[in-house]
Design a protein around this ligand. Structure first.
Ligand SMILES: Nc1ncnc2c1ncn2[C@@H]1O[C@H](COP(=O)(O)OP(=O)(O)OP(=O)(O)O)[C@@H](O)[C@H]1O
Ligand code: SF4
Ligand SMILES: [Mg+2]
Length: 328
């Protein structure tokens, strides 16, 4: 996977977000961390894109780079026709209200000293809504929308709430500014399984109610499969495969995607078949010195000599289905 290319981008006037050749690098002494290395993707209004891949493959970095937190090393991020890279800090601040990100850890992303009433209304206050009665009314309405009883939580701090309640507060806070784009970075991975299902349902319900477009980041393929329309699989800062989600189980072609799918526990698979499921071997290589050619080649069961010297480009293999691999 170690793929690049833009073959999977759709017609420009249909897109609400376009990310093209996004590169994010961090200095590490005399070396460079190649966290995201030229990925491209887009979203059309109302769509949910699932971004999936192993820990360290660059999912959160890509999400933050869309928010320009920090600004990417290179590449374009265009929201509703506006190139965010070309904006001054002031103009960027204005447009940030249209895109909100729910960070990976719900509890630590909330200021522990602030009460829910402040956390929820902070964004609107910054945006100039001064009327306290109106702020309280809007805050309480939003807490109701995310399934929290405002009377129970209004005066509480994050430390007095459960993980699931904190995540609901994060979602409510993000939605207060009615964003066009919501980026959810592993919003359920720190929650227990029953609460995970509630939060996923809540995201789907609020998406219908507030009509936003969503990027849903997770390392667990099973979670992404249930919530997204389109899935993008990442490996070590690159894109491997982009495919419609509903039938990805049967249509995935990239060796890495297939290994990820095979690693999802399946209660219907018999025990003998379970033993035969191929595991992804070895660890993710270091982003300080990624493998040449296809970055997946050091762990790929199908790798050939060509894979070491030539990076595969994303190419169309079916309707809305793109794969970056020389050998499928
Ligand atoms: N500020 C930073 N400085 C240096 N390296 C960084 C920085 N942020 C991220 N990285 C590195 O970039 C790579 C991608 O990190 P990132 O957090 O985006 O991965 P991820 O896919 O979100 O992983 P996870 O599933 O564990 O959240 C990792 O090797 C990480 O160590
Ligand atoms: S076959 Fe080659 S190009 Fe395809 S994923 Fe494996 S290493 Fe990459
Ligand atoms: Mg992450």
């Amino acid at each position: 996977m170690a793929g690049s290319g833009t073959a999977h981008l759709r017609v420009e006037d249909k897109r609400v977000l376009t990310v093209e050749n996004l590169v994010v690098e961090f200095p590490a002494g005399k070396q460079t961390v190649h966290a995201v290395s030229g990925i491209s993707f887009d979203l059309i209004p109302g769509e949910t894109l699932g971004i999936v891949g192993e820990s360290g493959c660059g999912k959160s970095t890509a999400g933050r780079a869309i928010m320009q937190l920090p600004r990417p090393t290179s590449g374009e991020v265009v929201l509703d026709g506006i190139d965010l890279g070309g904006l001054s800090a002031g103009n960027l601040r204005q447009i940030r209200a249209q895109m909100q990100m729910i960070m990976q850890d719900p509890i630590s992303s909330l200021n522990p000293r602030r009460k829910v009433k402040h956390l929820i209304t902070e964004g609107l206050r910054i945006w100039g809504v001064k009327d306290r009665t109106k702020l309280e009314e809007m805050g309480r309405d939003m807490l109701n929308s995310v399934g929290l009883d405002p009377d129970m939580v209004w005066e509480k701090t994050p430390g007095e709430l459960s993980g699931g309640q904190c995540q609901r507060v994060c979602i409510a806070r993000a939605l207060m500014l009615k964003p066009k784009l919501l980026i959810c970075d592993e919003p359920v991975s720190s929650l227990d399984v029953s609460v995970q299902a509630q939060i996923l349902n809540l995201l789907e319900e609020t998406k219908r109610e507030f009509e936003f477009t969503m990027i849903f980041i997770a390392h667990n393929m099973a979670v992404v499969k249930n919530i997204s329309d389109r899935m993008m699989v990442m490996y070590l800062g690159k894109v491997c495969e982009v495919a419609p989600t509903p039938d990805v189980q049967h249509t995935a072609l990239h060796p890495y995607t297939r290994l990820l799918l095979a690693s999802i526990p399946d209660p219907n698979r018999d025990r003998n078949a379970e033993d035969e499921v191929e595991a992804i071997e070895g660890d993710l290589p270091s982003p300080l010195n990624p493998p040449s050619g296809c970055r997946f080649r050091t762990r790929c069961p199908l790798a050939t000599e060509r894979c070491a010297v030539e990076e595969p480009l994303l190419r169309e293999v079916g309707t809305d289905h793109f794969v970056a691999c020389h050998n499928v």
